[in-house]
Structure formats: C-alpha cells, structure tokens
Design a protein around this ligand. Structure first.
Ligand code: NAD
Ligand code: NA
Length: 396
C-alpha cells in the first residue's frame, strides 16, 4: 500500500512511517553534527512525540547521551489506518536510541490524568531513580482536570473586540481578510486551564513528593510571544493569557524546588509550522513571510535548531542562564530582531494572492506542513511499499 496525504481542512488524516523515521534521523544527525552538550543525563519529556518536545528528547539523547522517558498522546496504527505521526516518530526515536545504547522508554496516554502521571513516576522509580531535567511541551486543545473531572476547551480568540486582518489558505495560496469574534463566557479561564501552568506544577509536585527529582533539577516549558501583527489573536488573546499563566507558574515551581536548588524556566521559542499553528488564522501568513526573510538572512531555524541552541547556548553553556527582564529564556531572539520584523511588516502590507508565492515562502510552509506527517521528506523512496505495522518497542 502506498500512503498518500489525505487532507480534511487543515488536518492531514494519514501519515507516512518512513518519512517520520527519516525526519527523526535527520534531527539526530543535526544534533550530532553540532557536538556534545554537557547537559542532563536523566530526562523526562512531557509532549515528546512531535515538535519542540521531540526535538528536546533528541537533543538530550544524542547531544548529552541522556536516558529519556517520553510521555505523549498518540494513535497506534490499526488495520487499514496509519498511526498518528508522533507514534511513528517515537518508534523511530526508540529504535535509534536503543541502537546507540541509550535508555529510552515511552508512556502513551493523557498526561493531564493522574493515571499517566502515576505510570510515569513508577517507570522513573524502577529505571532511572531521579530526573535532572523535565521538559514540558504539551500542546492540546482540551484538558480534563483530574481533581474536578471538568473538561476544559481552549479557544484561540481575541479579547474584548473583534479582530480583522489578512490571512492565507496555505494550500491554495489565497490571501483573504478574516474576522475573529472576541471570546466570551469562560473562554479565558478555560484556555488557561488547558494551556496554562497548572498541569506543569502538578507534574513537578508529584515528582518532588516521590523524591524523583535530583538536586539541582531543572524544568523548562515553552512559550511564544510574536509580533504586534499577531498579538490580538495570540499574545493578547486567550492563548496569551494561558502563556502569561505558564510564565508565572515558572516562579512558583522555582520556589517549590528551593530546597533542591532546582529551577523552572520558560523558554520563548520562534514561530514554526505545526498542526496547531496552521489552524490559527493570520499566523500562516505571518510564518510564510517570516520564513522568507529569515531564510534570506541565513538565520532560519526549525524545531531541532531551536532546541539545540537552547541547550548549547542557554541552558548548558557553562555560564549563568541568560534571561530577559521577566526571567524568560529567549530563543525567539532572531525572529524578533528589529530588522527582521520591519521587513516582515513591510511585506505584510503588500501581500496579496497574486504576489504571495513570490514575496512569501509558501513553498517552504507547505513542505514543512507535509513533513510533519512524514510526506515530502528528502531522501525517502515513497514508491516503495509501506504496509508494516510499526510498533514502539517499549510499548508494544
Ligand atoms: P506539538 O503539537 O508538535 O506537540 C505537542 C505534544 O503534546 C505531542 O507530543 C503530543 O502527543 C502531546 N500531547 C498533546 N496532548 C496530550 C495529552 N493530553 N497527553 C499527553 N501528551 C499530549 O506542539 P509544539 O508546537 O511542539 O508545541 C509545544 C509547546 O511549544 C507548546 O507549549 C507551544 O505553545 C509552544 N510553542 C510553539 C510554537 C510554534 O510555533 N509551534 C512556538 C513557540 C512555542
Ligand atoms: Na512538543
């Protein structure tokens, strides 16, 4: 069976195991090419199967020879249906880590639940003892609070007033105007409940209560800021409130880890093509212009380049971890450079359907999007059969 991308709206329903495996291998090669990082040796990554979390797991394992436990929520393959990409990524990661003699185990299920936390804690107790680094990289539209049983849904909406701006359908390249109604009711509280810091703190409390954090343990969660162009729908919208909460939670966690001399950080990362960011109006147009400019300047990065730089130049450089005046690590520094933002803002004014293919990097956007699902990955023979059921060694 040859697997083709099958799109429904902004979601791709299929994924390609060989392409996912090649993506993981490419990321491993990149990390190795940059040299050893004197980093953590026992690492827990929550949200480890795609995006920034996968890049973190790969950087820990192949940059610092770390033992890793990855937690994620992915669909295994079933007869006639491909797995979700994070499943194939994790299968490939475990295979490569094991080949390299590195401990790698995974937990697949709802990280917000008490059950998955307990299962993960038991695995740490049994195999690793204590953790040096916890990466918190969940991106989810929903969360059931395990204490109240309430299901919260996050929304991506402006606060206070309707927001109108340009957007692009990156498949067709059509630029149009989009209006997003402001949030209402409990939208802000619900978005904070899903994407804020409450669950991160629960994980850290549970790990500490069971004595599973090593002295000096570090934890890092990921955030985004972005430019004024997108702030109505991002940083000053409902999701921004959740990120404010996440960032405030870092200080609370640092306080709670004082006796261990532990520390919690938020790292602000750059805008990248993911399933989530493709679904937010306005953002795809911004990203396609940003990519064009950053590539032209030779400073474009994907998840793996971002996280390798976070580890090598920020967390484990041997110097004090540099932060901004609000205590945040910044690896969005190149995206936010004044000259880059000025160029993006100028292109934004010009962008129309007729010129976007040229002034924006729609091609790069599409390639990154298809790559998320293992399609259009360089070096993969797509004509070859792919009908094996790919399992994750530590799970199946
Ligand atoms: P992603 O969708 O690629 O990864 C999300 C991960 O969370 C996956 O491993 C998924 O399996 C896991 N997950 C989701 N729900 C889960 C659940 N209930 N239980 C267990 N695992 C679950 O997302 P990403 O883009 O890498 O985002 C990670 C973090 O980085 C988010 O906080 C996001 O806001 C932040 N960030 C993203 C961007 C961007 O442009 N994409 C930029 C800066 C910061
Ligand atoms: Na992630």
């Amino acid at each position: 069976m040859i697997i083709e991308p099958r799109m429904r709206g902004f979601i791709c329903l299929t994924s390609q195991p060989k392409g996912c495996e090649q993506n993981v291998k490419n990321q491993i090669e990149y990390v190795k090419s940059k040299g050893a990082i004197d980093g953590a040796k026992k690492v827990l990554v929550i949200g480890a199967s795609t995006g920034f979390g996968l890049a973190s797991r790969i950087t820990s394992a192949f940059g610092s020879n770390a033992a890793t436990i990855g937690v994620f929520f992915e669909k295994p393959p079933t007869a006639g249906k491909t797995a979700s990409p994070g499943w194939y990524n994790s299968a490939a990661f475990e295979k490569e880590a094991t080949k390299a003699g590195l401990y790698a185990k995974s937990v697949n299920g709802d990280a917000f639940s008490n059950e998955i936390k307990a299962q993960t804690l038991a695995l740490i107790k049994e195999n690793l003892g204590q953790i040096d680094l916890v990466i918190y990289s969940l991106a989810s539209p929903v969360r059931t609070n395990p204490n109240t049983g309430v299901l919260h849904r996050s929304v991506l909406k402006p606060i206070g007033e309707k927001f109108t701006n340009k957007t692009v359908d990156f498949h067709s390249g059509k630029v149009s105007e989009v209006s997003i109604e402001p949030c209402s009711g409990d939208d802000i509280e619900n978005t904070i409940a899903v994407m804020g810091g409450e669950d991160w703190a629960m994980w850290m409390d549970a790990l500490k209560a069971d004595n599973l954090l090593a002295p000096g343990a570090t934890t890092v969660a990921y955030s985004y800021i972005g430019p004024s162009l997108t702030e109505a729908v991002y940083r000053k919208g409902t999701i921004g409130r959740a990120k404010d909460h996440l960032e405030a939670t870092a200080f609370e966690i640092t306080k709670s880890l004082a006796d261990l001399d532990g520390k919690a950080y938020v790292s602000v990362n750059k805008a990248l093509v993911t399933q989530a960011s493709s679904a937010i109006p306005v953002i795809p147009l911004y990203i396609s212009l940003l990519y064009k400019i950053m590539k032209a300047e030779g400073i474009h990065e994907g998840c793996i380049e971002q996280i390798q730089r976070l580890y090598a130049d920020r967390l484990y450089s041997g110097n004090e971890v540099p932060t901004d005046e609000q205590g945040r690590i910044r690896v969005d520094d190149w995206e936010m450079r004044e000259d880059i933002q000025a160029k993006v803002a100028a292109l934004w004014q010009e962008a129309v359907t007729e010129n976007l293919e040229e002034i924006g990097d729609l091609e790069g956007y599409r390639k990154d999007f298809y790559n998320l699902f293992g399609f259009d990955v360089d070096g993969v023979d797509y004509a070859a059969d792919t009908d094996e059921m790919v399992g994750i060694p530590s799970i199946s």
